[in-house]
Design a protein around this ligand. Structure first.
Ligand code: ATP
Ligand code: MG
Length: 478
């Protein structure tokens, strides 16, 4: 458990962070004040300034309506865009800062409508009252720099707690997505969710179904890419929300793996996710959704494929293929892009392939196929396969790690020699047609496939050798 934050430290952190954005808040605040409007930095940036994690996104709330906001930004911002005038939000960029300015509002959800019903509000405090959590309901008026915190957000921030400004049941009834946001912020900030909030999430989990798949997906992605995804995922599972948004995850809790050594596949999965995160630096960028989600989904085929064999042995034959199928279906339902779906599904499908490797028994041909099948997901497959070892048996873990080191070295070596990733047959279509004296058609395709197999099995061939093999293949055909 992290220790509570001291308010005196918060003050110092805020002062330091405010210096960084002083030109923005002073200039912009003055522009609005001179026009007779109120402007305040609000929500995420205020919270993050207190935590010393302010990013380049600055959200403001204002008494001005969008058309006025747009006029006030002209001549000051480097670029202005409409983020949904209907929702009252205008966006702009000033230097490195992304600014979003939203008119005061109070919005409610109709129980059976997917669209928030937006109404402009008339006060800052009213606007803060409709926000999701007290730590997101703090504001700093500009240019005055008066701190507005009607719901005690700073106290909750100090104790690292997510609490709703009003009754959580009312808040979640207005917008059920806030239940997902509670889990997301728990994962991002490492905060605890207040017990009454957890209770309301548990009682109202089913209400998440009125929210569009896209909005649920966006929160899920943020949760998974956060520093503490286990926290958020555990909340989703324990409150029953996961049963609606990612049912494959809680389903794993019933499964015992074939060695009866792990607590269950669910716990194993969370460890694989964390071990995968530990290796993300290999990809040379920040949090990687595809590899994290692949870790989360890699065993989802197990419940469906579990068989109890004689002698108390449990097997999960083809859970890789079945898991890939289940993964595709879930990601489609959550409206992920085809690229993301194919990347994650491929990793799930290939996550077991390495297990035939033993102590290096694969032929060069098997290594080439591995690389070719993994395609542009090879680096992530390395991560997933290594992360998928959660045995407590140190000797076994070391042996697996060394075997994978060996495989990676062989891939490296073969790649240098053969440009593995772009393996093509030694003869192209035109040559095939010339040699066999045939016209374009199915047979050319078959010949091409034969040469590709040959290339995989035997490595690069000379043109003469490939031609001889092709002619032989053609002659042997019945
Ligand atoms: P980040 O931008 O890092 O995702 P954030 O706190 O800025 O975090 P946003 O989703 O950008 O979160 O929302 C901005 C602010 O708007 C939040 O801090 C919160 O005050 C408010 N907010 C956003 N969505 C909701 C919602 N569904 N219900 C209530 N308040 C919301
Ligand atoms: Mg934001």
């Amino acid at each position: 458990m992290p220790s509570p934050i001291r308010i005196s430290d918060v003050e110092k952190t805020v002062a330091r962070e405010l210096e960084r954005i002083a030109p923005i808040i002073d200039e912009l605040g003055t522009r609005f004040r001179d026009a007779g409007h109120e402007l305040a930095l609000v929500g995420g940036p205020v919270r993050d300034a207190m935590l010393g994690r302010l990013q380049e996104d600055l959200d403001f709330t204002t008494s001005a309506h969008p058309d006025v906001t747009e006029k006030l930004l002209k001549g000051w911002a480097d670029a202005i865009w409409d983020l949904g005038r209907a929702f009252g939000t205008i966006g702009c960029r000033k230097g490195e800062w992304q600014v979003e300015i939203t008119t005061y509002r109070s919005e409610k959800y109709d129980a059976d409508s997917r669209k928030p019903d937006v109404a402009y509000g008339d006060s800052l405090v009213g606007d803060l009252g409709r926000r999701d959590f007290t730590v997101n309901s703090m504001a700093l008026t500009v240019p005055e720099r008066a701190f507005e915190d009607p719901f005690g957000g700073i106290v909750d921030l100090a104790s690292r707690t997510l609490r709703t400004p009003g009754r959580p049941e009312d808040s979640f009834s207005d917008d059920p997505l806030r239940m997902m946001r509670a889990a997301r912020f728990a994962a991002q900030l490492g905060f605890e969710v207040a017990p009454d909030v957890v209770a309301a999430m548990t009682a109202m989990a089913g209400r998440i179904e009125i929210i569009s798949a896209e909005r649920v997906r966006d929160e899920l992605v943020k949760l998974i890419c956060a520093p503490f995804p286990r926290r958020g995922l555990t909340l989703l599972v324990e409150t029953g929300l996961a049963a609606y948004v990612l049912p494959e995850l809680p389903a794993l809790a019933l499964e015992r793996d074939e060695h009866h050594r792990h607590k269950d596949v669910y716990e194993h999965t969370l460890i694989v996710l964390e071990q995968s995160i530990d290796q993300e630096a290999r990809l040379g960028q920040g949090p990687d959704f595809v590899s994290r989600f692949a870790a989360l989904m890699h065993d989802v085929g197990k419940p469906k494929t579990r068989r109890f064999e004689d002698g108390g042995v449990v097997t999960f034959h083809h859970h890789d293929v079945v898991g890939a199928k289940i993964t595709r279906k879930r990601m489609k339902a959550l409206r992920f892009s085809n690229d993301q779906i194919e990347a994650v599904a491929k990793l799930v499908e290939l996550h077991l392939r390495f297990h035939g490797y033993g102590d290096g028994e694969w032929t060069d041909s098997a290594v080439r196929r591995y690389v070719r099948d993994a395609g542009d997901q090879l680096e992530r497959l390395h991560i997933l396969t290594r992360a998928d070892c959660t045995t407590r048996n140190q000797r076994k873990a070391t042996r697996l790690r060394k075997a994978y080191d060996d495989l990676e070295e062989r891939i490296e070596r073969l790649s240098e020699e053969e440009e593995l990733a772009s393996i093509r047959p030694d003869l192209d279509g035109t040559q095939i047609m010339e040699i066999l004296g045939i016209a374009p058609g199915r047979e050319v395709g078959e010949a091409y496939k034969f040469l590709l197999e040959l290339r995989m099995d035997e490595g690069p061939q000379s043109e003469e050798a490939a031609t001889a093999a092709l002619v032989q293949w053609w002659a042997d055909r019945v």
